[in-house]
Design a protein around this ligand. Structure first.
Ligand SMILES: [Zn+2]
Ligand SMILES: [Zn+2]
Length: 291
């Protein structure tokens, strides 16, 4: 039994194509997760979902495509690829979109608004696939066909969820996905006083912990309250939670491939200096991991 993960979009905030971002990729967040039983789970619908859609159609060979799409929140970089996800234009396909219960507007409304004629030429009603919506609340756990998912409310403007996935009967092989989250002290998120202990508990023992590492420590000083974390804070969380592998994620749009290489080395040095044993990787388009 194992979960298989592939990265299709790794960049935060806005797509950043170009020669200097080719290796780690310029598409905004999208991950493909497969259970042993073949169930498709998509995490976020940033611009990476466009290429994922093409790949799913190729692999399906005409068979219907079904899957669950879990959105962490509805900021542009996590939903902007959805209208370009080709499987939604094919009859017989079925997607269930999961979003947070605590958004100001429901995820259903936000996604439908992306198809308003002011901003997009095709209406939601013209989509050929069946698209259903479901809400999950922070602290809630669900068992669906072939996997268990748990949601956690993170520190991000407007609210966002982190997700923990594992297969039934194998809680020790967990993936924790926290795309946007401010571990630093900036911002007023109104959570409980022990939010950090709760977060460490949520991520505890994850085989793979994917976490927001948007900023350097210097950059963070100018972006307190913007809802993102530093490399050092990401490493400290992974150490505290005793995660096996930390995947640096939500790369800052200006971050070049060479700079990300250097940041990975710095994070590994920090892990070593702390006497810990967390493996550190940077999320890259095309990277696959078995959990
Ligand atoms: Zn984001
Ligand atoms: Zn965001």
């Amino acid at each position: 039994m194992s979960l298989r993960l592939q990265f299709w979009g790794t960049r935060g905030s806005i797509p950043s194509p170009g020669a200097k971002t080719v290796r780690y990729g310029g598409n905004t967040p999208c991950l493909e997760l497969r259970t042993e039983s073949g169930r498709l789970i998509i995490l976020d619908a940033g611009t990476g979902i466009r290429e994922l859609g093409r790949s799913l159609i190729d692999r399906a060979n005409g068979a219907p495509i079904r899957g669950d799409i879990f959105l962490t929140h509805a900021h542009w970089d996590h939903i902007q690829g959805f209208p370009f996800f080709a499987p939604i234009f094919q009859r017989g396909n079925h997607f269930l979109v999961w979003g947070s219960k605590t958004l100001e507007r429901s995820i259903d409304t936000v996604l439908r608004d992306q198809f308003s004629p002011v901003v997009f030429p095709v209406s939601f009603e013209q989509l050929d696939a069946t698209i259903d919506f479901s809400e999950i609340a922070a602290g809630e756990q669900r068992e669906n066909d072939g996997y268990v998912v748990e949601a956690f409310g993170v520190r991000h403007p407007g609210g966002a969820l982190g997700y923990r996935f594992h297969e039934p009967g194998a809680p020790e092989r967990a993936l924790v996905y926290i795309s946007d989250n401010e571990l630093g002290s900036g911002g007023a998120y109104g959570g409980p006083a022990d939010w950090k202990e709760q977060l460490i508990g949520f991520a505890r023992g994850a085989r793979v912990l994917i976490h927001d590492t948007t900023y350097t420590t210097e950059e963070y000083d100018h972006h307190r309250g913007w809802g993102h974390s530093t490399y050092a804070d990401g490493v400290e969380l992974a150490i505290a939670a005793q995660a096996e592998t930390l995947v640096l994620f939500h790369h800052e749009p200006r971050r070049t491939d060479e700079e990300i290489d250097r940041r990975v080395e710095e994070c590994r040095a920090l892990v070593h200096a702390r006497g810990a044993r967390v493996q550190v990787l940077a999320a890259a388009e095309g990277l696959t991991l078995t959990i």
